[in-house]
Every structure is written in structure tokens, then in C-alpha cells.
Design a protein around this ligand. Sequence first.
Ligand SMILES: NC(=O)c1ccc[n+]([C@@H]2O[C@H](COP(=O)([O-])OP(=O)(O)OC[C@H]3O[C@@H](n4cnc5c(N)ncnc54)[C@H](O)[C@@H]3O)[C@@H](O)[C@H]2O)c1
Length: 285
Amino acid sequence: MTHNLLKGKRGIIFGALNEESIAWKVAVKAVEEGASITLSNTAMALRMGTLDQLSKQLNAPVIAADATSVEDLVKVFAESVQLLGGKIDFVLHSIGMSPNVRKHRTYDDLDYNYLQKTLDISAISFHKMLQVAKKQDAIAEYGSVVALTYVAAQRTFFGYNDMADAKSMLESIARSFGYIYGREKNVRINTISQSPTPTTAGKGIKDMDNLMDFANKMSPLGNADAEECANYCVMMFSDFTRKVTMQNLYHDGGFSSMGMSLRAMNQYAKDLAPYEDENGKIIYG
Ligand SMILES: NC(=O)c1ccc[n+]([C@@H]2O[C@H](COP(=O)([O-])OP(=O)(O)OC[C@H]3O[C@@H](n4cnc5c(N)ncnc54)[C@H](O)[C@@H]3O)[C@@H](O)[C@H]2O)c1
């Protein structure tokens, strides 16, 4: 069911790689809700993924860009304004990558060149996007910019590695730029902190299946999936949230407010229950 929440609005969606991507679902929902959009990803992602298919399905032009390149971003915003016929009403930053995670470097053995890349791709690219957009005055009054983040920015999660630092920085940029862009142009900037989700980036996190199961057991509403995240993004792009800015908004079924749940406790008790080993000896958890 559609509600025309984004009727007549223009948007740019960064980070759709394949059908599993959160950005992919956001692009589909945004168009269903009446928006016209452009899509952007790296040249390599265009080769490896299936963005072409989405572009055809949504009649949405693709503009190749590395989000760490200011020059590329200048092109994305200028061309989007031209192609869509006016200023941009919403932007999704759905970009994350850590070479340290990819190369299995642990947090106490980081490669610092990789760390720079993690921060540039996953956080500073957000600042670059905002700075480019503001200099071009490419975003309309009360336009809405959303970046996707994860609760590892606030709490420590085994295996999330230097992405935790990147997400902390991303959320900080949303506040710092949100103040300036809000004050000068009424543009709002928020981050949505999403449940663990089985996407290409998500699956790169260590023991993702266990993390997802744990989060699901801890959350009173269960994990939020990519489609539900897309609904939340659309609401944040819509005129119903015109005074929401500089916020980190949890979209996680309640996980971030929990300490211990009954379901998690039951699972833990099961794991600790005494059991018999192969020699008949009783082992206490
Ligand atoms: N999957 C999860 O569990 C989860 C949870 C919370 C937040 N997030 C965040 O959601 C966002 C989207 O990730 P996803 O889970 O949909 O995975 P995904 O792998 O589908 O998307 C990540 C995207 O980042 C793009 N990217 C990487 N380097 C880039 C660069 N230099 N320039 C431009 N784009 C680049 C990739 O091409 C890809 O499209 C990320 O910020 C991620 O951290 C994911």
C-alpha cells in the first residue's frame, strides 16, 4: 500500500549494490511513494552488483561515484539536480566498508592505512557529501539527509572492529553539520541506527548469524529488516518529520534500550545447563 508520502520529491540514493542492500529497498519504496531519484555507487560496485537492473526497474539514472572523491560527488549532485529537474529533497548515505574487517585485522592489530580508508569511506564521505551539496545549494529547504549507522557507535560489539569508530564519527558529523545546515537552510540531517541485517556489508561482520540471533532474542519487537528500515527512511524523507534533525534514531526493535531479555536469559540458561560428556562425567556450565 502506498501513501504518496514523497509525491513530487527528488532524491539521491547512495549505496545500493544488490537486492539485499538496504539502499535498494529504500530506492524502491521512495519511488513507490512518488519520488524521482538518481542512484549512485562506485564503478566497481556497478560491475560487481546489479544496480543496472534497479535503474531500469525504477527509471532512475545511475551516476558512478566514489564517495571519498569530492570531484565525483560534485558531479553526482550537479547531474542529479539537472536530471531530476530541480533541487534535491532527500539523500540517503548507505555506505560502509572496512579493509581491516575484510583482511581480518583485529582491533588491537589495525593497519593504519586501512583505518584511514575505513573512516574516509564510512564516515568522512558523509561530510564530503554534505559540504558539496551545501556549496552547490543543491538541497531544497527542509530537505532531509539520512545516513545509516549501528549501535556499535555507543557500545562495544565483538568483531565490529574499526567500523565502530567510523560509525561514531558518522553520527557526530550528522550533529555538527546538522546544526549549520539547519540554521542556514532548514536542511535536516539524521542517522538511523539499524538492527543487524543480512546484506553484503552485514555478512562481512564476524559471526553475523550469532549476532543477529542474539539481537533478535534481546529485542522485544525482534530485529528490524531492510524493508522496515526503508519504511523508516521514507518517513524521515517525508514532510511528517520536518522538525527532526541532528538525531541518532534507533530502528532496532528496542534492542538499544535492553539489558537482558527473558528469551536471551532462557538461551543462556540452556547453554549453562549441566550435561554429560562422552565419559559420562557431568559438566556444569
Ligand atoms: N547490514 C547491517 O547489519 C547494518 C546494520 C546497521 C547499519 N548498516 C549500514 O547500512 C549501510 C548500508 O549497508 P548494507 O548493509 O545495505 O550493505 P551493502 O553492502 O549492500 O551496502 C554497502 C554499500 O557501500 C558501498 N560503498 C563501499 N565503498 C564505497 C565508496 N568508496 N563509495 C561509494 N560507495 C561505496 C558499496 O558499494 C555498497 O553498495 C552501511 O552504512 C552499513 O554500515 C548495516
